[in-house]
Write a protein that binds this ligand. Structure first.
Ligand SMILES: Nc1ncnc2c1ncn2[C@@H]1O[C@H](COP(=O)(O)OP(=O)(O)O)[C@@H](O)[C@H]1O
Ligand SMILES: [Mg+2]
Length: 235
């Protein structure tokens, strides 16, 4: 009992440390850009470049703050809204919205699903969950395709998001759902490392599971399994 409490406390403290570090980095970068550009008169090109750099950091900060607020809200209200959600329709919306982004990289994004399937859950959270998975697939896939596939059994709904991207080395797999964890330490891609932590929270709030399989240089498949009714007897 005490060990568990201590562990939770440690995790909390680690989270605060990580969050402050992640917030301070882009702020420090912004301050540096500003002080360098203001130190003397610059050419219009230099000002333009500085504005572009500032815009990029502000974007980073914005997604970080949005992700942190989302996590904080999920911590405060772990319950979910219970509505009838047509998940197939929801997946079609998510894939249609993200297809232009995939195609701009030359990556094909397809959805294979039954005609309709409703489950008991929270549609905003479910959109966030699948957007996070498909956005990752797009971000970490340089060529090939992303296949979103949905199928249903009597009481369960399964969605896989499979890509032909970079893959994740086995040693990293156990950690990718941790808050702030990113495989690429150089942080060459944009991201907060919070997307999968948010996805896991959402899946758990729905009483489901999320698993990952990956082969480096071949691709990654995330499988989400959700109960059709999170309140037995409601349907
Ligand atoms: N589809 C994928 N292909 C390869 N790596 C992935 C994929 N999805 C997630 N990852 C790895 O897991 C890490 C954590 O993902 P996430 O929490 O969404 O953070 P990020 O903000 O970096 O996207 C990513 O930084 C990336 O290294
Ligand atoms: Mg992500």
């Amino acid at each position: 009992m005490f060990a568990r409490l201590d562990e939770a406390f440690q995790r909390e403290r680690q989270f605060t440390t990580d969050a402050s570090h992640e917030l301070r980095t882009p702020l420090a970068t912004l301050q540096t850009i500003l002080s360098v550009i203001r130190a003397e008169r610059r050419s219009p090109e230099d000002y333009e470049q500085a504005l572009a750099d500032i815009a990029e950091e502000v974007n980073r900060l914005r997604s970080l703050v949005e992700d942190l607020l989302r996590l904080a809200q999920q911590d405060l209200q772990p319950g979910i809204a219970h509505e009838r959600v047509d998940v197939v329709n929801l997946l079609a919306g998510v894939t249609d919205a993200l297809r232009p982004l995939a195609e701009s990289k030359g990556v094909q994004l397809t959805l294979t699903a039954p005609t309709a399937l409703t489950l008991d859950g929270d549609s905003d959270s479910l959109i966030r969950l699948f957007v996070n998975l498909v956005e990752n697939a797009i971000k970490y896939t340089q060529q090939g395709r992303i296949a979103v596939t949905a199928r249903a059994t009597v009481d369960r709904f399964w969605v896989t998001v499979a890509d032909t991207g970079s893959g994740i080395p086995a040693a990293h797999l156990p950690h990718i759902f941790n808050r702030f964890y990113r495989v690429d330490p150089a942080r060459t891609t944009q991201g907060t490392g919070l997307g999968l932590a948010i996805a896991l929270d959402i899946v758990q709030a729905h009483g489901g599971t999320i698993t990952v399989e990956s082969v480096v240089d071949h691709g990654t498949t995330f499988t989400v399994q959700l109960p059709v009714s999170s309140k037995p007897g409601l349907l």
